[in-house]
Design a protein around this ligand. Structure first.
Ligand code: NOJ
Length: 575
Protein backbone atom coordinates (compact mmCIF):
# COMPACT_ATOMS: atom_id res chain seq x y z
CA UNK A 1 0.00 0.00 0.00
CA UNK A 2 1.29 3.32 -0.91
CA UNK A 3 0.36 6.75 0.38
CA UNK A 4 0.10 9.34 -2.28
CA UNK A 5 -0.01 12.96 -1.25
CA UNK A 6 -1.43 14.66 -4.23
CA UNK A 7 -1.51 18.25 -5.25
CA UNK A 8 -4.69 20.22 -4.87
CA UNK A 9 -6.64 22.59 -6.97
CA UNK A 10 -5.80 26.22 -6.37
CA UNK A 11 -7.71 28.30 -3.88
CA UNK A 12 -9.34 30.33 -6.66
CA UNK A 13 -10.55 27.18 -8.32
CA UNK A 14 -11.89 25.92 -5.00
CA UNK A 15 -13.77 29.12 -4.34
CA UNK A 16 -15.26 29.08 -7.80
CA UNK A 17 -16.39 25.53 -7.29
CA UNK A 18 -18.16 26.42 -4.10
CA UNK A 19 -19.97 29.22 -5.86
CA UNK A 20 -20.70 27.18 -8.98
CA UNK A 21 -24.08 25.97 -10.16
CA UNK A 22 -23.66 22.76 -8.18
CA UNK A 23 -24.27 24.82 -5.05
CA UNK A 24 -27.95 25.18 -4.31
CA UNK A 25 -30.22 25.97 -1.41
CA UNK A 26 -32.47 23.04 -0.74
CA UNK A 27 -35.91 23.48 0.70
CA UNK A 28 -38.01 21.11 2.68
CA UNK A 29 -41.64 21.56 1.78
CA UNK A 30 -43.00 18.04 1.93
CA UNK A 31 -42.60 15.43 4.65
CA UNK A 32 -40.72 13.13 2.29
CA UNK A 33 -37.90 15.55 1.60
CA UNK A 34 -35.89 14.58 4.66
CA UNK A 35 -37.27 11.07 4.83
CA UNK A 36 -35.52 7.73 4.83
CA UNK A 37 -37.88 5.77 2.59
CA UNK A 38 -37.67 2.00 2.84
CA UNK A 39 -39.02 -0.48 0.30
CA UNK A 40 -40.43 -3.65 1.80
CA UNK A 41 -40.77 -6.59 -0.58
CA UNK A 42 -43.56 -8.37 1.35
CA UNK A 43 -42.95 -11.91 0.06
CA UNK A 44 -39.40 -11.79 1.40
CA UNK A 45 -39.56 -9.66 4.54
CA UNK A 46 -40.84 -11.85 7.36
CA UNK A 47 -43.06 -14.94 7.38
CA UNK A 48 -45.28 -14.92 10.47
CA UNK A 49 -47.33 -18.06 9.70
CA UNK A 50 -44.67 -20.51 8.55
CA UNK A 51 -45.85 -21.01 4.96
CA UNK A 52 -42.53 -19.92 3.45
CA UNK A 53 -43.86 -16.58 2.16
CA UNK A 54 -43.59 -13.23 3.94
CA UNK A 55 -46.86 -11.59 5.03
CA UNK A 56 -48.47 -8.49 6.50
CA UNK A 57 -48.36 -9.69 10.09
CA UNK A 58 -44.69 -10.41 9.53
CA UNK A 59 -44.13 -6.82 8.43
CA UNK A 60 -46.06 -5.54 11.45
CA UNK A 61 -43.86 -7.63 13.75
CA UNK A 62 -40.77 -6.03 12.24
CA UNK A 63 -41.93 -2.41 12.25
CA UNK A 64 -40.06 -1.73 15.47
CA UNK A 65 -36.89 -2.85 13.70
CA UNK A 66 -37.68 -0.47 10.85
CA UNK A 67 -38.25 2.37 13.27
CA UNK A 68 -35.07 1.58 15.24
CA UNK A 69 -33.08 1.69 12.01
CA UNK A 70 -33.84 5.39 11.62
CA UNK A 71 -36.33 4.88 8.79
CA UNK A 72 -39.50 6.98 8.87
CA UNK A 73 -41.53 5.79 5.86
CA UNK A 74 -42.04 2.44 4.15
CA UNK A 75 -43.46 1.45 0.80
CA UNK A 76 -44.83 -1.99 0.25
CA UNK A 77 -44.53 -3.77 -3.08
CA UNK A 78 -48.05 -4.92 -4.11
CA UNK A 79 -50.09 -6.73 -1.47
CA UNK A 80 -53.33 -6.95 -3.46
CA UNK A 81 -55.21 -10.01 -4.73
CA UNK A 82 -53.17 -11.53 -7.49
CA UNK A 83 -52.30 -14.86 -9.12
CA UNK A 84 -48.69 -13.75 -8.36
CA UNK A 85 -47.52 -14.44 -11.90
CA UNK A 86 -45.40 -11.28 -11.66
CA UNK A 87 -44.84 -11.15 -7.92
CA UNK A 88 -48.11 -9.28 -7.33
CA UNK A 89 -47.62 -6.74 -10.14
CA UNK A 90 -50.52 -8.59 -11.77
CA UNK A 91 -53.54 -7.52 -9.75
CA UNK A 92 -56.90 -9.27 -9.86
CA UNK A 93 -58.61 -6.98 -7.35
CA UNK A 94 -57.32 -3.49 -6.53
CA UNK A 95 -59.10 -3.23 -3.18
CA UNK A 96 -58.51 -6.68 -1.72
CA UNK A 97 -55.50 -8.09 0.10
CA UNK A 98 -53.93 -11.24 -1.39
CA UNK A 99 -54.70 -14.15 0.98
CA UNK A 100 -51.00 -15.17 1.06
CA UNK A 101 -50.30 -11.80 2.70
CA UNK A 102 -53.27 -11.81 5.10
CA UNK A 103 -56.49 -9.85 5.39
CA UNK A 104 -57.69 -6.30 5.26
CA UNK A 105 -57.82 -6.38 9.03
CA UNK A 106 -54.14 -7.33 9.12
CA UNK A 107 -53.42 -4.38 6.88
CA UNK A 108 -55.36 -2.03 9.13
CA UNK A 109 -53.36 -3.27 12.09
CA UNK A 110 -50.14 -2.73 10.15
CA UNK A 111 -51.07 0.88 9.37
CA UNK A 112 -52.15 1.53 12.93
CA UNK A 113 -48.92 0.14 14.38
CA UNK A 114 -46.79 2.00 11.82
CA UNK A 115 -48.49 5.29 12.57
CA UNK A 116 -48.09 4.72 16.28
CA UNK A 117 -44.37 4.34 15.67
CA UNK A 118 -44.31 7.49 13.54
CA UNK A 119 -43.81 5.59 10.29
CA UNK A 120 -45.63 6.60 7.10
CA UNK A 121 -47.05 3.80 4.95
CA UNK A 122 -47.02 4.08 1.16
CA UNK A 123 -48.58 1.51 -1.18
CA UNK A 124 -47.39 0.33 -4.56
CA UNK A 125 -50.15 1.18 -7.01
CA UNK A 126 -50.14 -0.58 -10.39
CA UNK A 127 -52.36 1.44 -12.75
CA UNK A 128 -51.00 0.39 -16.13
CA UNK A 129 -52.42 -3.11 -16.24
CA UNK A 130 -54.43 -5.75 -14.43
CA UNK A 131 -53.95 -9.47 -14.17
CA UNK A 132 -55.63 -11.48 -16.93
CA UNK A 133 -57.51 -13.09 -14.04
CA UNK A 134 -59.13 -9.79 -13.05
CA UNK A 135 -62.93 -10.13 -13.44
CA UNK A 136 -62.85 -7.11 -15.78
CA UNK A 137 -60.59 -8.95 -18.22
CA UNK A 138 -62.43 -12.23 -17.79
CA UNK A 139 -65.68 -10.46 -18.74
CA UNK A 140 -63.92 -8.77 -21.64
CA UNK A 141 -62.82 -12.19 -22.90
CA UNK A 142 -66.43 -13.28 -22.83
CA UNK A 143 -67.23 -10.40 -25.17
CA UNK A 144 -68.83 -8.11 -22.57
CA UNK A 145 -68.67 -4.75 -24.40
CA UNK A 146 -68.45 -2.62 -21.24
CA UNK A 147 -65.40 -4.50 -19.98
CA UNK A 148 -63.84 -4.91 -23.38
CA UNK A 149 -63.59 -1.13 -23.35
CA UNK A 150 -61.53 -1.37 -20.16
CA UNK A 151 -58.64 -2.73 -22.22
CA UNK A 152 -56.96 -1.96 -25.52
CA UNK A 153 -58.04 -4.12 -28.46
CA UNK A 154 -57.23 -3.92 -32.13
CA UNK A 155 -57.57 -5.92 -35.33
CA UNK A 156 -54.46 -7.55 -36.73
CA UNK A 157 -52.75 -5.74 -39.59
CA UNK A 158 -54.12 -8.25 -42.07
CA UNK A 159 -57.20 -8.89 -39.98
CA UNK A 160 -55.85 -12.34 -39.16
CA UNK A 161 -54.32 -14.13 -36.19
CA UNK A 162 -50.77 -13.95 -37.58
CA UNK A 163 -49.99 -10.26 -37.90
CA UNK A 164 -50.41 -8.09 -34.79
CA UNK A 165 -51.80 -4.56 -35.18
CA UNK A 166 -48.29 -3.08 -35.22
CA UNK A 167 -44.65 -3.74 -34.27
CA UNK A 168 -44.85 -2.75 -30.59
CA UNK A 169 -42.78 -4.78 -28.16
CA UNK A 170 -43.37 -5.57 -24.49
CA UNK A 171 -40.84 -4.69 -21.79
CA UNK A 172 -40.66 -8.43 -21.17
CA UNK A 173 -39.08 -8.87 -24.63
CA UNK A 174 -42.09 -10.39 -26.40
CA UNK A 175 -44.60 -8.85 -28.84
CA UNK A 176 -46.90 -6.40 -27.02
CA UNK A 177 -50.03 -7.94 -28.56
CA UNK A 178 -51.77 -11.27 -27.92
CA UNK A 179 -54.50 -12.69 -30.12
CA UNK A 180 -57.82 -13.90 -28.68
CA UNK A 181 -59.42 -16.28 -31.20
CA UNK A 182 -62.94 -16.03 -29.78
CA UNK A 183 -62.92 -12.24 -30.24
CA UNK A 184 -60.76 -12.27 -33.40
CA UNK A 185 -58.81 -9.36 -31.97
CA UNK A 186 -55.52 -8.63 -30.24
CA UNK A 187 -55.10 -7.07 -26.79
CA UNK A 188 -52.20 -4.90 -25.71
CA UNK A 189 -49.85 -5.74 -22.86
CA UNK A 190 -46.71 -3.69 -22.30
CA UNK A 191 -45.47 -6.35 -19.84
CA UNK A 192 -46.40 -10.07 -19.66
CA UNK A 193 -49.26 -11.59 -21.66
CA UNK A 194 -50.93 -12.06 -18.28
CA UNK A 195 -50.90 -8.28 -17.72
CA UNK A 196 -53.37 -6.66 -20.17
CA UNK A 197 -53.00 -2.86 -20.37
CA UNK A 198 -55.92 -0.78 -19.14
CA UNK A 199 -57.56 1.73 -21.44
CA UNK A 200 -57.32 5.18 -19.84
CA UNK A 201 -59.17 6.79 -22.72
CA UNK A 202 -62.21 5.22 -21.10
CA UNK A 203 -63.48 7.55 -18.32
CA UNK A 204 -64.86 4.52 -16.46
CA UNK A 205 -61.34 3.15 -16.05
CA UNK A 206 -60.12 6.53 -14.80
CA UNK A 207 -62.93 6.52 -12.27
CA UNK A 208 -62.37 2.91 -11.16
CA UNK A 209 -58.72 3.65 -10.44
CA UNK A 210 -59.47 6.85 -8.61
CA UNK A 211 -61.95 4.92 -6.46
CA UNK A 212 -59.20 2.42 -5.70
CA UNK A 213 -56.91 5.26 -4.61
CA UNK A 214 -59.68 6.59 -2.36
CA UNK A 215 -60.28 3.16 -0.89
CA UNK A 216 -56.69 2.99 0.36
CA UNK A 217 -56.59 6.64 1.41
CA UNK A 218 -59.64 5.92 3.56
CA UNK A 219 -57.62 3.10 5.15
CA UNK A 220 -55.09 5.73 6.21
CA UNK A 221 -52.24 5.22 3.74
CA UNK A 222 -49.80 8.09 3.29
CA UNK A 223 -49.37 7.89 -0.46
CA UNK A 224 -48.52 5.78 -3.47
CA UNK A 225 -45.52 4.59 -5.41
CA UNK A 226 -46.83 4.39 -8.95
CA UNK A 227 -45.68 1.36 -10.90
CA UNK A 228 -44.62 1.59 -14.57
CA UNK A 229 -45.73 5.20 -14.76
CA UNK A 230 -44.66 6.04 -18.33
CA UNK A 231 -46.81 3.42 -20.08
CA UNK A 232 -50.37 4.53 -19.24
CA UNK A 233 -51.30 6.01 -22.62
CA UNK A 234 -50.33 4.86 -26.10
CA UNK A 235 -50.66 6.39 -29.53
CA UNK A 236 -54.31 6.18 -30.59
CA UNK A 237 -53.35 5.63 -34.23
CA UNK A 238 -51.23 2.64 -33.19
CA UNK A 239 -48.30 3.77 -35.37
CA UNK A 240 -45.27 1.49 -35.69
CA UNK A 241 -42.36 2.47 -33.49
CA UNK A 242 -39.03 3.33 -35.15
CA UNK A 243 -35.80 1.35 -34.68
CA UNK A 244 -33.64 2.52 -31.79
CA UNK A 245 -30.37 1.17 -33.20
CA UNK A 246 -29.37 0.45 -29.61
CA UNK A 247 -26.10 -1.51 -29.74
CA UNK A 248 -26.50 -5.29 -29.42
CA UNK A 249 -30.29 -5.26 -29.29
CA UNK A 250 -32.00 -8.04 -31.22
CA UNK A 251 -35.44 -7.70 -32.88
CA UNK A 252 -37.26 -9.45 -30.03
CA UNK A 253 -35.80 -7.16 -27.37
CA UNK A 254 -37.71 -4.17 -26.05
CA UNK A 255 -34.69 -1.94 -26.62
CA UNK A 256 -34.78 -2.72 -30.38
CA UNK A 257 -37.41 0.00 -30.86
CA UNK A 258 -37.66 3.59 -29.68
CA UNK A 259 -40.85 3.67 -27.57
CA UNK A 260 -42.10 7.04 -28.81
CA UNK A 261 -45.70 5.83 -29.15
CA UNK A 262 -45.97 3.70 -26.03
CA UNK A 263 -44.16 5.67 -23.31
CA UNK A 264 -44.03 9.17 -21.84
CA UNK A 265 -47.07 10.53 -23.69
CA UNK A 266 -48.54 13.83 -22.55
CA UNK A 267 -51.91 12.44 -21.34
CA UNK A 268 -49.96 10.18 -18.98
CA UNK A 269 -48.46 13.18 -17.22
CA UNK A 270 -51.83 14.89 -17.17
CA UNK A 271 -53.44 11.88 -15.52
CA UNK A 272 -50.86 11.85 -12.73
CA UNK A 273 -51.14 15.62 -12.38
CA UNK A 274 -54.86 15.09 -11.76
CA UNK A 275 -54.03 12.43 -9.15
CA UNK A 276 -51.69 14.89 -7.43
CA UNK A 277 -54.53 17.40 -7.21
CA UNK A 278 -56.91 14.73 -6.03
CA UNK A 279 -54.55 13.65 -3.22
CA UNK A 280 -53.99 17.26 -2.21
CA UNK A 281 -57.74 17.86 -2.09
CA UNK A 282 -58.24 14.69 -0.05
CA UNK A 283 -55.60 15.70 2.50
CA UNK A 284 -56.67 19.35 2.67
CA UNK A 285 -60.32 18.53 3.31
CA UNK A 286 -59.33 16.34 6.22
CA UNK A 287 -56.45 18.47 7.45
CA UNK A 288 -53.97 15.64 6.94
CA UNK A 289 -50.29 15.66 5.98
CA UNK A 290 -49.70 15.82 2.24
CA UNK A 291 -49.92 12.42 0.51
CA UNK A 292 -46.96 11.15 -1.42
CA UNK A 293 -47.12 10.34 -5.13
CA UNK A 294 -43.84 8.99 -6.47
CA UNK A 295 -43.33 7.62 -9.95
CA UNK A 296 -41.38 4.60 -11.09
CA UNK A 297 -39.79 5.61 -14.38
CA UNK A 298 -36.64 4.64 -16.24
CA UNK A 299 -37.35 7.18 -18.99
CA UNK A 300 -34.83 9.69 -20.33
CA UNK A 301 -33.85 12.48 -17.94
CA UNK A 302 -35.96 14.92 -19.94
CA UNK A 303 -39.09 12.77 -19.64
CA UNK A 304 -38.37 11.94 -16.02
CA UNK A 305 -38.15 15.61 -15.13
CA UNK A 306 -41.43 16.33 -16.91
CA UNK A 307 -43.28 14.90 -13.88
CA UNK A 308 -42.18 17.95 -11.92
CA UNK A 309 -44.24 20.11 -14.31
CA UNK A 310 -47.27 18.35 -12.86
CA UNK A 311 -46.04 18.63 -9.26
CA UNK A 312 -45.38 14.91 -9.18
CA UNK A 313 -42.18 13.39 -7.80
CA UNK A 314 -40.24 10.99 -10.05
CA UNK A 315 -37.84 8.47 -8.53
CA UNK A 316 -34.23 9.38 -9.30
CA UNK A 317 -32.62 6.18 -10.57
CA UNK A 318 -29.32 7.75 -11.71
CA UNK A 319 -27.33 5.78 -9.10
CA UNK A 320 -28.76 2.64 -10.72
CA UNK A 321 -28.54 3.61 -14.38
CA UNK A 322 -25.69 6.13 -14.73
CA UNK A 323 -22.86 4.92 -12.49
CA UNK A 324 -21.14 1.57 -12.06
CA UNK A 325 -18.34 0.16 -10.00
CA UNK A 326 -15.83 1.48 -12.52
CA UNK A 327 -17.16 5.05 -12.48
CA UNK A 328 -14.69 7.71 -11.38
CA UNK A 329 -15.08 10.50 -8.82
CA UNK A 330 -15.78 12.83 -11.73
CA UNK A 331 -18.46 10.49 -13.14
CA UNK A 332 -20.15 10.52 -9.75
CA UNK A 333 -19.89 14.28 -9.42
CA UNK A 334 -21.31 14.76 -12.91
CA UNK A 335 -24.17 12.35 -12.26
CA UNK A 336 -25.07 14.03 -8.96
CA UNK A 337 -24.83 17.52 -10.42
CA UNK A 338 -26.82 16.50 -13.47
CA UNK A 339 -29.73 15.58 -11.23
CA UNK A 340 -29.40 18.42 -8.73
CA UNK A 341 -29.08 21.04 -11.42
CA UNK A 342 -32.01 19.62 -13.39
CA UNK A 343 -34.59 19.40 -10.60
CA UNK A 344 -36.64 22.59 -10.68
CA UNK A 345 -35.84 25.07 -7.93
CA UNK A 346 -37.55 24.29 -4.64
CA UNK A 347 -38.84 20.85 -5.69
CA UNK A 348 -38.25 17.62 -3.79
CA UNK A 349 -35.26 15.48 -4.48
CA UNK A 350 -34.46 11.80 -3.94
CA UNK A 351 -31.72 9.18 -4.35
CA UNK A 352 -32.61 5.55 -4.97
CA UNK A 353 -29.90 2.93 -4.43
CA UNK A 354 -31.81 -0.19 -5.38
CA UNK A 355 -35.08 -2.03 -5.71
CA UNK A 356 -36.58 -5.45 -6.45
CA UNK A 357 -35.91 -5.07 -10.20
CA UNK A 358 -32.18 -4.35 -10.17
CA UNK A 359 -29.13 -6.14 -8.77
CA UNK A 360 -28.48 -5.19 -5.17
CA UNK A 361 -26.34 -2.17 -4.43
CA UNK A 362 -23.71 -4.27 -2.59
CA UNK A 363 -23.45 -6.46 -5.69
CA UNK A 364 -23.26 -3.56 -8.12
CA UNK A 365 -20.61 -1.75 -6.03
CA UNK A 366 -18.52 -4.48 -4.35
CA UNK A 367 -16.69 -3.09 -1.33
CA UNK A 368 -18.39 0.27 -1.76
CA UNK A 369 -21.79 -0.22 -0.13
CA UNK A 370 -21.13 2.25 2.69
CA UNK A 371 -20.01 4.84 0.17
CA UNK A 372 -23.32 4.48 -1.66
CA UNK A 373 -25.35 4.62 1.56
CA UNK A 374 -23.46 7.76 2.54
CA UNK A 375 -24.20 9.42 -0.78
CA UNK A 376 -27.91 8.65 -0.57
CA UNK A 377 -28.10 9.97 2.99
CA UNK A 378 -25.85 13.02 2.61
CA UNK A 379 -27.14 14.40 -0.69
CA UNK A 380 -30.15 16.71 -0.50
CA UNK A 381 -33.57 15.04 -0.52
CA UNK A 382 -35.14 11.72 0.32
CA UNK A 383 -32.93 8.63 0.69
CA UNK A 384 -34.48 5.43 -0.69
CA UNK A 385 -33.39 1.99 0.56
CA UNK A 386 -34.45 -1.45 -0.66
CA UNK A 387 -34.95 -3.88 2.24
CA UNK A 388 -31.83 -5.88 3.00
CA UNK A 389 -29.48 -3.27 1.54
CA UNK A 390 -29.03 -1.79 5.00
CA UNK A 391 -27.23 -4.97 6.06
CA UNK A 392 -25.42 -5.38 2.74
CA UNK A 393 -27.33 -8.37 1.38
CA UNK A 394 -25.96 -9.45 -2.00
CA UNK A 395 -27.58 -11.11 -5.01
CA UNK A 396 -27.85 -14.86 -4.96
CA UNK A 397 -26.68 -15.60 -8.51
CA UNK A 398 -26.99 -19.39 -8.09
CA UNK A 399 -30.77 -19.77 -8.10
CA UNK A 400 -31.59 -22.81 -10.22
CA UNK A 401 -33.98 -22.84 -13.17
CA UNK A 402 -36.33 -25.04 -11.14
CA UNK A 403 -36.45 -22.46 -8.35
CA UNK A 404 -36.81 -19.49 -10.71
CA UNK A 405 -39.99 -17.45 -10.15
CA UNK A 406 -39.48 -14.23 -12.08
CA UNK A 407 -41.62 -14.25 -15.27
CA UNK A 408 -39.04 -12.13 -17.09
CA UNK A 409 -36.48 -14.86 -16.43
CA UNK A 410 -38.87 -17.66 -17.33
CA UNK A 411 -39.66 -16.00 -20.68
CA UNK A 412 -35.91 -15.84 -21.39
CA UNK A 413 -35.71 -19.66 -20.99
CA UNK A 414 -33.43 -22.12 -19.26
CA UNK A 415 -30.29 -21.09 -21.14
CA UNK A 416 -30.63 -17.35 -20.68
CA UNK A 417 -32.62 -16.80 -17.49
CA UNK A 418 -29.68 -16.29 -15.14
CA UNK A 419 -28.44 -13.06 -16.68
CA UNK A 420 -31.84 -11.41 -16.65
CA UNK A 421 -33.53 -12.87 -13.57
CA UNK A 422 -34.67 -10.52 -10.80
CA UNK A 423 -34.93 -13.35 -8.27
CA UNK A 424 -31.32 -12.89 -7.02
CA UNK A 425 -32.25 -9.56 -5.39
CA UNK A 426 -35.58 -10.84 -4.06
CA UNK A 427 -34.39 -13.59 -1.72
CA UNK A 428 -35.67 -13.61 1.90
CA UNK A 429 -34.39 -11.07 4.39
CA UNK A 430 -31.50 -12.41 6.45
CA UNK A 431 -32.52 -11.77 10.04
CA UNK A 432 -30.22 -14.21 11.83
CA UNK A 433 -28.06 -17.34 11.49
CA UNK A 434 -31.04 -19.56 12.41
CA UNK A 435 -32.73 -21.90 9.91
CA UNK A 436 -33.98 -19.99 6.83
CA UNK A 437 -32.08 -16.95 8.11
CA UNK A 438 -34.78 -16.50 10.74
CA UNK A 439 -37.18 -15.48 7.96
CA UNK A 440 -39.51 -18.48 8.16
CA UNK A 441 -40.05 -21.73 10.01
CA UNK A 442 -41.25 -23.50 6.84
CA UNK A 443 -39.38 -26.46 5.34
CA UNK A 444 -38.75 -24.42 2.23
CA UNK A 445 -39.18 -20.77 1.34
CA UNK A 446 -40.74 -19.29 -1.82
CA UNK A 447 -37.26 -18.41 -3.08
CA UNK A 448 -34.22 -20.06 -1.54
CA UNK A 449 -32.47 -18.11 1.22
CA UNK A 450 -29.04 -16.89 0.14
CA UNK A 451 -26.60 -19.50 1.57
CA UNK A 452 -24.38 -16.71 2.92
CA UNK A 453 -26.95 -16.00 5.69
CA UNK A 454 -24.93 -17.79 8.37
CA UNK A 455 -22.41 -14.96 8.35
CA UNK A 456 -24.34 -12.17 6.68
CA UNK A 457 -27.37 -11.39 8.81
CA UNK A 458 -28.87 -8.61 10.89
CA UNK A 459 -28.26 -10.22 14.25
CA UNK A 460 -24.55 -10.62 13.54
CA UNK A 461 -24.34 -7.00 12.43
CA UNK A 462 -26.16 -5.75 15.50
CA UNK A 463 -23.72 -7.66 17.71
CA UNK A 464 -20.65 -6.62 15.81
CA UNK A 465 -18.67 -3.58 16.93
CA UNK A 466 -18.75 -2.25 13.36
CA UNK A 467 -21.12 -3.25 10.56
CA UNK A 468 -22.91 -1.98 7.47
CA UNK A 469 -26.07 -1.89 9.51
CA UNK A 470 -24.56 0.27 12.26
CA UNK A 471 -23.22 2.65 9.64
CA UNK A 472 -26.65 2.74 7.99
CA UNK A 473 -28.39 3.52 11.25
CA UNK A 474 -26.05 6.38 12.13
CA UNK A 475 -26.54 7.84 8.68
CA UNK A 476 -30.31 7.46 8.73
CA UNK A 477 -30.58 9.47 11.95
CA UNK A 478 -28.15 12.07 10.65
CA UNK A 479 -30.15 12.36 7.42
CA UNK A 480 -33.37 13.03 9.24
CA UNK A 481 -32.22 15.19 12.12
CA UNK A 482 -29.27 17.23 10.93
CA UNK A 483 -30.25 20.77 9.77
CA UNK A 484 -27.20 20.93 7.48
CA UNK A 485 -28.63 17.94 5.61
CA UNK A 486 -32.30 18.90 5.81
CA UNK A 487 -31.95 22.42 4.45
CA UNK A 488 -28.25 23.11 3.99
CA UNK A 489 -26.44 24.13 0.83
CA UNK A 490 -24.74 21.55 -1.35
CA UNK A 491 -21.38 21.71 -3.08
CA UNK A 492 -19.22 19.01 -4.60
CA UNK A 493 -15.81 18.90 -6.21
CA UNK A 494 -13.02 16.45 -6.88
CA UNK A 495 -9.50 16.66 -5.49
CA UNK A 496 -6.30 14.60 -5.68
CA UNK A 497 -6.24 14.59 -9.47
CA UNK A 498 -9.84 13.54 -9.73
CA UNK A 499 -9.55 10.48 -7.51
CA UNK A 500 -11.40 11.87 -4.48
CA UNK A 501 -14.99 13.06 -4.44
CA UNK A 502 -15.75 15.71 -1.81
CA UNK A 503 -19.30 16.74 -0.88
CA UNK A 504 -20.05 19.60 1.53
CA UNK A 505 -23.45 20.28 3.07
CA UNK A 506 -23.71 23.24 5.40
CA UNK A 507 -26.14 25.50 7.14
CA UNK A 508 -25.72 28.07 9.94
CA UNK A 509 -22.16 27.08 10.80
CA UNK A 510 -23.03 23.39 10.79
CA UNK A 511 -21.04 21.41 8.25
CA UNK A 512 -21.10 17.84 6.99
CA UNK A 513 -18.23 16.74 4.76
CA UNK A 514 -18.19 13.48 2.78
CA UNK A 515 -14.95 12.25 1.24
CA UNK A 516 -14.70 9.23 -1.04
CA UNK A 517 -11.44 7.72 -2.18
CA UNK A 518 -11.98 6.17 -5.62
CA UNK A 519 -8.54 4.58 -5.57
CA UNK A 520 -8.99 0.90 -4.71
CA UNK A 521 -5.40 0.31 -3.58
CA UNK A 522 -3.96 3.71 -2.72
CA UNK A 523 -4.54 5.69 0.44
CA UNK A 524 -4.47 9.47 0.06
CA UNK A 525 -4.14 12.68 2.00
CA UNK A 526 -6.55 15.45 1.13
CA UNK A 527 -5.85 19.13 1.72
CA UNK A 528 -9.04 21.19 1.93
CA UNK A 529 -7.45 24.31 3.44
CA UNK A 530 -8.75 26.43 0.55
CA UNK A 531 -12.35 25.47 1.14
CA UNK A 532 -14.93 27.09 3.33
CA UNK A 533 -14.84 24.47 6.07
CA UNK A 534 -14.11 24.50 9.82
CA UNK A 535 -10.35 24.18 10.42
CA UNK A 536 -10.83 21.14 12.63
CA UNK A 537 -13.50 18.51 12.05
CA UNK A 538 -14.75 15.46 13.84
CA UNK A 539 -15.01 11.97 12.36
CA UNK A 540 -18.66 10.92 12.28
CA UNK A 541 -18.88 7.83 10.05
CA UNK A 542 -16.26 5.68 8.33
CA UNK A 543 -16.82 2.91 5.80
CA UNK A 544 -16.36 -0.58 7.15
CA UNK A 545 -12.75 -1.49 7.86
CA UNK A 546 -11.33 2.02 7.63
CA UNK A 547 -11.99 3.39 11.12
CA UNK A 548 -9.08 1.81 12.97
CA UNK A 549 -6.51 3.86 11.02
CA UNK A 550 -8.28 7.17 11.62
CA UNK A 551 -8.11 9.90 14.25
CA UNK A 552 -11.24 11.33 15.89
CA UNK A 553 -10.35 14.91 14.90
CA UNK A 554 -8.72 16.13 11.69
CA UNK A 555 -7.16 19.29 10.44
CA UNK A 556 -8.76 20.20 7.10
CA UNK A 557 -5.26 20.66 5.68
CA UNK A 558 -4.41 17.08 6.18
CA UNK A 559 -7.17 14.49 5.95
CA UNK A 560 -6.04 10.92 5.66
CA UNK A 561 -8.21 8.71 3.48
CA UNK A 562 -7.49 4.96 3.38
CA UNK A 563 -7.85 3.16 0.04
CA UNK A 564 -11.47 2.73 -1.08
CA UNK A 565 -12.67 4.58 2.04
CA UNK A 566 -15.69 6.82 2.39
CA UNK A 567 -15.61 9.12 5.45
CA UNK A 568 -17.92 11.68 6.95
CA UNK A 569 -16.58 14.55 9.04
CA UNK A 570 -18.69 17.16 10.74
CA UNK A 571 -18.26 20.48 12.50
CA UNK A 572 -17.86 20.15 16.26
CA UNK A 573 -21.45 21.31 16.97
CA UNK A 574 -22.93 18.19 15.31
CA UNK A 575 -23.29 15.28 17.69
C1 NOJ B 1 -42.37 -2.50 -12.51
C2 NOJ B 1 -42.19 -3.40 -11.33
O1 NOJ B 1 -41.27 -2.80 -10.47
C3 NOJ B 1 -41.75 -4.75 -11.87
O2 NOJ B 1 -41.35 -5.61 -10.84
C4 NOJ B 1 -42.89 -5.33 -12.66
O3 NOJ B 1 -42.50 -6.53 -13.27
C5 NOJ B 1 -43.35 -4.35 -13.76
N1 NOJ B 1 -43.47 -3.00 -13.28
C6 NOJ B 1 -44.68 -4.75 -14.31
O4 NOJ B 1 -45.69 -4.40 -13.42
Amino acid sequence: MQTAIMSLTTSLCALLLLLSSSSAEIFNKSWWNSTVFYQVYPKSFYDSNGDGVGDLNGITLKLQYVKNSGINAIWLSPIFSSPMADGGYDISNFTEIAPIFGTLEDFEKLVMRAHKLGLKVVLDFVPNHTSDQHPWFQKALQGDEKYKEYYIWADGKNKDDKTPPNNWLSLFNIPAWTYVPSLKQWYLHQFGTIQPDLNYSNPEVVEEMRNALKFWLDKGVDGFRVDSAPYIFEDKELRDEPRSYAPDSTPDQYTYLEPIYTADLKPTYELFGSWRKYLDGYADERNLDQKMLVMETYSSLEHTLEYYDYDVLPFNFLFITNVTNSSTATDFKNTIDLWINSVPYGKSNNWVLGNHDRPRVASRFPGRLDQMTMLSMILPGMAVTYNGDEIGMVDDRNISWADTQDPLARIAGKDHYAAISRDPERTPFQWSAEENAGFSTANSTWLPVNPNYKTLNLQAEERSYQSHYKIYKTLAYLHRKEPALIQGSYASFTTNNGTVLDVIRSSDARTVLLLINFEDDISQTVDLSDYNLPAIMKLKVASLGSRSSLKEWVDKKNIYLPEKAALIYTSFNIQ
